[in-house]
Write a protein that binds this ligand. Structure first.
Ligand code: HEM
Length: 503
């Protein structure tokens, strides 16, 4: 028995050592092909994991700034045995983003796959191409025009809540804005509202928030990369609970919607009928309805994946940018006054809701949003995994390397944005943009895999910001925000505003 045991243990040790040796050998082969990209020295198997992240977003920002200053606009780090090249150079970023070949997302996007499945954000290849073709028309301006009512009615709920804060102490606006954008995306994506602004303790809302946090933690803990290790960890257990809440919620909504469609068909009401309904209002369709109607006949799973993707990609992002924009307006009284004057010219003293056309006219406010996207870059990093070699710094970089587009750093590059820490919306005046590198400002990414929701996002943010400015004069006691690049940019020291009534 003892002999059998010792033979077995020796066998296990030999297998483990052999596997580790293979990993070290593969890493060293990759390293020799990547020797032309500068970066800190990494350890075999561990790479730079511990010095780089420690799972803390604040460390990630400090370290990436330090690495940029030390190694320049393309540098290499190792997370475990995986090489990651961070790109800040606009020419090199253009090579990646404009390519029809390098559209595969990095391994870290796999972590959200149990939630988002093969939705637009995570899929690639022919599946992605087919779905992108189906989904792009659902963001047509005629459909977005219909959503302005949703932006307005949900925005009014927040304005009413904020009226209780008038002339009071400063308060943290982030959770208000986050619940507002969640209400907007659930109504536009699924046609239902969680009324999260009123019922802020929603289980779904908490699940979405925590699932995003866990995804970020996993990204910087390579030992949690393998699913079997993650599934055994306490984070993995927490993740499964949140996943269950999120999946059952959206599934129930889809089933209800299908029952509703059946009932309408029973009453001979065409679901495709987008004309007047029996109470004289135009019937507004959510993305879910549009996907259900698609002639391409998507399966339930395909529809759910896309709806979950909208829920994930379409609310934390706009919440982050809107909150930072409000803080910037509060901080820079001159910018706030200019934005207010533009809005006053459009509406005068009327309190009518904004229309699609009004929102198009807010050119200065649009520049404020762009400057916010530059300085407080909503998605500070996004990444691709090479499944074909790519030339960087005049040499081919091997398959399997992850390319990280380092948007936050690109947007602070003084070569393209002089005095980069100054908030100046007029950088985005057409005459100032002339001659600027087309890929030095990429908050919504660019090329084939750019953000499909960017027009929706701009309209929603303009609607919310103009509504707040029409009602309140903003100020802030905070001198500086401590930026924390989680999956979207967050402020580590809250976003505090004081409100005075405008009229
Ligand atoms: C300030 C707001 C937003 C910002 C800054 C933003 C930014 C981005 C970025 C950088 C990407 C590319 C990510 C990557 O390559 O990994 C992306 C993709 C995407 N975004 Fe947005 N986004 C915003 C709002 C929205 C909204 C409101 C929606 C939906 C209603 C949305 C839906 C998507 C989807 C589905 C993709 C994947 C597109 C594809 O790969 O074909 N986003 N977004």
């Amino acid at each position: 028995m003892d002999t059998l045991q010792s033979i077995l243990s020796t066998f296990v040790v030999v297998v483990v050592v052999h596997q580790l040796w293979k990993l070290v050998k593969a890493q060293s082969q990759l390293a020799s092909r990547l020797a032309h990209i500068p970066g800190p020295k990494g350890w075999p198997l561990i790479g730079n994991t511990f010095e780089f992240g420690k799972g803390n977003a604040l460390d990630v920002l400090h370290n990436t700034i330090r690495l940029w200053k030390t190694y320049g606009t393309a540098y290499l780090i190792w997370l475990g045995t995986r090489p990651f090249i961070f790109l800040i150079d606009a020419d090199e970023v253009e090579t990646v983003l404009s390519s029809p070949i390098h559209i595969k997302k990095s391994v870290t996007y796999k972590f959200v796959e149990p939630w988002l499945g093969q939705g637009l954000l995570t899929s690639d290849g022919n599946h992605w191409r087919k779905h992108r073709k189906i989904i792009t028309p659902t963001f047509h301006f005629k459909i977005l025009e219909e959503f302005v009512n949703v932006f307005n009615s949900n925005g009014d709920v927040m304005i009413n809540l904020w009226k209780n804060k008038l002339n009071g102490p400063a308060f943290d606006i982030y959770s208000y804005i986050n619940l507002l954008t969640l209400d907007i995306i659930s109504e536009t994506a699924m046609g239902v509202s969680f009324n999260a602004q009123i019922n802020s303790d929603s289980e779904y809302v908490r699940a979405v928030r925590s699932a995003s946090d866990i995804t970020l933690k996993r990204t910087f803990r390579p030992w949690l990369f393998p699913d079997f290790v993650f599934n055994l960890s306490s984070l993995g257990k927490e993740w499964r609970n949140h996943l269950h809440v999120m999946k059952t919620t959206t599934q129930a909504i889809l089933q209800n919607k299908k029952l509703q469609v059946k009932a309408e068909q029973g009453k001979n009401v065409s679901h495709n009928d987008n004309n007047d309904n029996d109470i004289g209002q135009r019937k507004r369709l959510a993305f879910l309805d549009l996907l259900l109607q698609s002639p391409d006949k998507l399966s339930d799973k395909e529809i759910l994946d896309e709806v979950d993707t909208f829920m994930f990609a379409g609310h934390d992002t706009t919440a982050s940018c809107t909150s930072f924009a409000l803080w910037a307006l509060a901080k820079h009284a001159d910018v706030q006054e200019k934005a207010y004057n533009e809005i006053h010219e459009i509406f005068g003293d009327s309190d009518r809701p904004a229309t699609f056309r009004d929102l198009q006219e807010m050119k200065y406010l649009e520049r404020v949003i762009k400057e916010t996207l530059r300085m407080y870059t909503t998605v500070p990093f996004y990444a691709r995994e090479l499944d074909q070699e790519l030339k960087i710094r005049n040499k081919l970089v091997p398959v399997g390397t992850t390319i990280v587009i380092s948007t936050y750093h690109m947007h602070r590059n003084p070569e393209h944005f002089p005095d980069p820490d100054k908030f100046d919306p007029d950088r985005f005046l057409p005459e100032k943009m002339q001659g600027r590198h087309p890929y030095c400002f990429v908050p919504f990414s660019a090329g084939l895999r750019n953000c499909v929701g960017q027009k929706f996002a701009l309209l929603e943010m303009k609607c919310t910001l103009s509504k707040v400015l029409r009602n309140f004069k903003l100020s802030t006691p905070q001198d500086k925000l401590v930026l924390s690049p989680e999956i979207v940019m967050m402020s580590d020291n809250k976003i505090m505003l004081c409100l005075e009534l405008r009229k």
